[in-house]
Design a protein around this ligand. Structure first.
Ligand SMILES: C[S@@+](CC[C@H](N)C(=O)[O-])C[C@H]1O[C@@H](n2cnc3c(N)ncnc32)[C@H](O)[C@@H]1O
Length: 182
C-alpha cells in the first residue's frame, strides 16, 4: 500500500470514529450531567411504576436513573455504540425494567408514556411538540432540557443550579429543564 494512503487511513479512521461518537441526526451527543438526573426526575414527578421514555437516550444514564427510582424505563437511541453501552450498564446495575432500542425516535409512538424526557436540538423539539401532543395520553408529563416547546405552557421550571456551585459558592452552568403536562 502506498505510504500516503497508509498515513491517511491511520489519521482519518480514528478521526472518523471520534466524530461518529458525537454524531446524532437531531442532536450531537452531549450527556445530561449525572448529578442533575435523579433530582430532576424526582422533582418532575416520576414515581415508582411509571412508564418512562427517553428519546435519544445517549449512554443510558437517564433511563437507568429512572429505573433506579422504580420506573419501567425505555431509551431509544440511533447510535449502536451508545445502545450497547447502555445495555451493558443496565446489566452491571442489574436493572431489569429497562429496555434500550436502536432506532430513530420519529419512527415510534409513545402513547403509554407517563413521563418522557428529551434533550435534542430545537428543530427536533419542534417536530416532537406536534407529534407528542397528538399521541400522548392525558396527564402524561414531558421534560425538556435547554431547547423547549414553543407552544405548550410548562407546569414547572426546574432549577438545579444549586447542584453546580463551585467551592467559592458561585453557580456554574446547569441545563434548564421544563416540565409539561399533556
Ligand atoms: C444531546 S444528546 C442527549 C443524550 C441523553 N438524552 C442525555 O441527556 O444524557 C442527544 C442524543 O440523541 C441521539 N439522537 C439524535 N437524533 C436522534 C434520532 N432521530 N433518533 C434517535 N436518537 C437520536 C444522539 O445520538 C444523542 O445520543
Amino acid at each position: 500500500m502506498d505510504i500516503t494512503i497508509l498515513i491517511l487511513v491511520i489519521i482519518l479512521l480514528p478521526a472518523l470514529l471520534g466524530l461518529s461518537w458525537f454524531a446524532g441526526s437531531d442532536a450531537p451527543y452531549v450527556p445530561t450531567k449525572i448529578k442533575d438526573i435523579t433530582d430532576l426526575l424526582k422533582k418532575s414527578g416520576l414515581k415508582k411504576g411509571h412508564i418512562f421514555y427517553e428519546l435519544g437516550s445517549g449512554d443510558g444514564r437517564v433511563v437507568l436513573a429512572a429505573a433506579g427510582l422504580g420506573a419501567i424505563a425505555t431509551g431509544i437511541e440511533q447510535s449502536w455504540i451508545r445502545v450497547w453501552q447502555s445495555r451493558i450498564h443496565a446489566k452491571k446495575l442489574q436493572l431489569k425494567d429497562t429496555e434500550f432500542i436502536h432506532g430513530n425516535i420519529f419512527d415510534r409512538q409513545y402513547f403509554p408514556s407517563d413521563v418522557l424526557f428529551i434533550f435534542l436540538l430545537q428543530p427536533a423539539v419542534d417536530r416532537l411538540e406536534k407529534k407528542l401532543r397528538n399521541e400522548l395520553k392525558k396527564g402524561s408529563l414531558v421534560i425538556t432540557q435547554t431547547f423547549h416547546f414553543k407552544n405548550w405552557q410548562p407546569i414547572k421550571k426546574i432549577d438545579l443550579t444549586e447542584n453546580h456551585k463551585n467551592r467559592l459558592g458561585k453557580n456554574l452552568f446547569a441545563g434548564d429543564f421544563y416540565v409539561y403536562k399533556v
